[in-house]
Write a protein that binds this ligand. Structure first.
Ligand SMILES: [Zn+2]
Ligand SMILES: [Zn+2]
Length: 249
């Protein structure tokens, strides 16, 4: 039971950071925050994502490329150009590493208004840090796993951030329903999205990338939207006219 609770807690903590910080804030600037709060969310993302931590800067650049080049060969993760979800995830990783290491040439339009913290990023993305987190997860499983079957969850825990990305990038560009007719394959996966914290309203998202609320229809409840409103009320973030709206196509 402890492992199941740990898994569920990590699922939502990791996903919250991805959708709130890396995606809605870093990539789309749906809201703004001070440098100090930005650093708080850097650290929270690192703790929540551990071995699968993603640099908000590299994530944002890669994600803006996805919006600009959806379903083309230049899309960092398109099901149309990969045999299966795993080969797509491997390709995504290659693109991510290229951006992170600075070996990929980037168009200037993708590199504006990004959260930067080079020293922290260097540590958080290091192999040593990732292995340290793997060791912590393995220790937690050794202490708390009541059945060997629970170890099946371990690889998902280790690659949690990548799996969340992979699920949306693969399935929401293959299956689901559309509210908007767009020139791409984006779909809304679920009618009520508690599982992916609003991320599965992907067709809505491609239509309005920097919207605060990913839901459009009455039943499309985006659990992050009230959180954004609350954090704005608490003055942690500021809802402004987006500084940069990268919408792509
Ligand atoms: Zn997409
Ligand atoms: Zn997006």
């Amino acid at each position: 039971m402890a492992i199941i609770l740990f898994f569920i807690g990590l699922w939502y903590a990791s996903l919250f950071c991805q959708t709130f910080f890396q995606h809605r804030y870093a990539a789309h600037h749906a809201f703004s925050m001070t440098k100090s709060w930005e650093r708080v969310f850097f650290v929270l993302s690192y703790i929540a994502q551990g071995s699968s931590y993603m640099s908000p800067r590299a994530y944002a650049i890669m994600h803006r490329m996805h919006h600009a080049y959806t379903d083309t060969e230049k899309d960092p993760h398109s099901p149309s150009f990969s045999k299966n979800i795993f080969s797509m995830m491997l390709h995504t990783r290659k693109v991510y590493v290229g951006i992170f290491k600075g070996t990929t040439e980037l168009e200037p339009r993708f590199t504006k208004n990004l959260p930067e913290w080079p020293a922290f990023e260097k540590w958080a993305n290091s192999t040593f840090s990732r292995l340290l987190w793997v060791a912590i997860y393995v220790a937690i499983f050794i202490f708390f796993a009541a059945s060997p079957w629970l170890y099946l969850l371990l690889p998902i825990v280790i690659g949690m951030g990548a799996f969340h990305g992979g699920i949306i990038n693969w399935f929401a560009h293959k299956y689901g329903y559309q509210n908007f007719k767009l020139k791409n394959t984006s779909n809304n996966l679920l009618h009520i999205d508690i599982l992916m914290l609003g991320e599965s309203y992907h067709n809505n998202h491609h239509k309005h990338p920097s919207s605060l609320n990913f839901g459009v229809k009455w039943h499309e409840l985006d659990p992050i939207y009230p959180v954004i409103r609350f954090l704005a009320w608490a003055k942690v973030i500021k809802i402004t006219k987006p500084v940069l709206v990268y919408s792509g196509k």
